[in-house]
Design a protein. Sequence first.
Length: 208
Amino acid sequence: MISNKHLVELIIFFVAFPVFLAVPEITVLDKLIVSIIPLVFVVQKSIYYHKSLFKKTKQVKPIKFWKKVGYRSFIIFTATYIYIRHNDPDLLFISITTQPWLWIKMMILYTFLSVIPQEYVYRVFFFYRYRKLTYSAQHFYLINAFLFSIAHLMFHNWLVMIMTFIGGYIFAFTYSKTKSWFWVSVEHTIYGGWLFTVGYGKILGFPI
């Protein structure tokens, strides 16, 4: 099982820190200053573990990957489309239909400044650093999904928490099967990009 030291740091960086970021009374400057601490921690540990973190252990079959992502995408796209059409139809595809150039820019920024860093920290780094947290793979996926959801507390929206929990579980499962930062980031970009496109940008910090 995981050591007490690792458990304490997990609670500090993956629970306490996201809660800290979600407190509206704390200034943005203070949040940025404090954010240096987990950033330095992850960078320092990544340098130390770099050979193990990026060791390729599985061969991903693109056709098999795309079949699974296609199936999941159909379910996710359909469910989210129906939900927003029923609850807030005015937002349906508002970003891509009203400001397509801004949408393109945001998709690029979202991929490189949000998806890729998140997948590194919550999948590549987390899976290596805390793999002994539990002996059950399913429990590990659930914990990872819960912590990924907690990371989105700053949006102060229950729907965001639910979506990121579901997404976090899917990404944890995908990473465990592929051991690929690239492929799990691709899947994350597809689902996240769809949410921005279909009309959920308002609750996810999208500037439309």
